[in-house]
Design a protein around this ligand. Structure first.
Ligand code: C5P
Length: 222
């Protein structure tokens, strides 16, 4: 095999990032956080004063931001027009606007093309773990390993509020539910499990247990 592609999809707070980074580190693969790319474009739109409630305004400027995407699982960094935005893209302004921006087809077409290029390049060095919402269905439908992570709403909200300062489990639950609805009902590439993905409910598992289970599935499928 020239290189391995592992697609990891699932809703916010299902543990995708920690699991994907852990698996990539364990196997010496690259790591791509596609959510960070949608967040970076959203950060740029907010910075430029683009009305994120207006899909046509977003579409008109979708080609402008220039992204530099790091794929080191130990230190994934992302920059827009040369500015490192790894911190600001996790802030509440970007988080509440990202679902609207990621629903715009012009944004998706451009980012999916970039994601496929990054995946193709990674194959020369062994492969990549790619996390997102549409990796197994749209970005890399031929990936030999596809995982769909889920967790109860309660567990996801608890994990998110442990990561973020100044929030509560209840507030996170509402925010996650809002994003889930937007992400799974949009017209283009909605969040959905690929027919050939292995579904893994992480609710009762520790991070290390989930990583071990994903490594087992990869071994079985490759
Ligand atoms: O994974 P994360 O929560 O950082 O993703 C942020 C947002 O980016 C999601 O809520 C979704 O709207 C969008 N996204 C997407 N497709 C992907 C990854 C993320 O639409 N492959």
């Amino acid at each position: 095999v020239a290189g391995l592609v592992v697609a990891i999809d699932g809703p916010s707070g299902s543990g995708k990032s920690s699991v994907s980074r852990g698996v990539a580190r364990e196997l010496g693969l690259r790591y791509l956080d596609t959510g960070a790319m949608y967040r970076a474009v959203t950060w740029w739109m907010l910075q430029k004063g683009v009305d994120v409630g207006d899909p046509a305004a977003i579409a008109a400027r979708a080609g402008e931001p220039s992204l530099t995407v790091g794929t080191d699982p130990g230190a994934p960094a992302i920059a827009v027009d040369g500015v490192d935005v790894s911190g600001p893209i996790r802030g509440p302004e970007v988080t509440s606007a990202v679902s609207a921006v990621s629903a715009v087809p012009e944004v998706r077409h451009r980012l999916v093309a970039m994601q496929r290029e990054i995946i193709a390049r990674s194959l020369e060095t062994g492969g990549i773990v790619v996390e997102g919402r549409d990796i197994g269905t749209v970005v890399a439908p031929d990936a030999p390993v596809k995982i769909y992570l889920t967790a109860s709403a309660e567990a996801r909200a608890r994990r998110r509020s442990a990561e973020l300062a100044g929030t509560t489990v209840e507030r996170q639950k509402a925010e996650l539910a809002r994003r889930d609805t937007l992400d799974s009902t949009r017209g283009i590439s909605p969040l959905t499990k690929a027919a050939d993905a292995v579904e893994l409910d992480t609710t009762p598992l520790t991070l290390d247990e989930v990583i071990a289970e994903v490594l087992r599935i990869i071994k079985e499928r490759t």
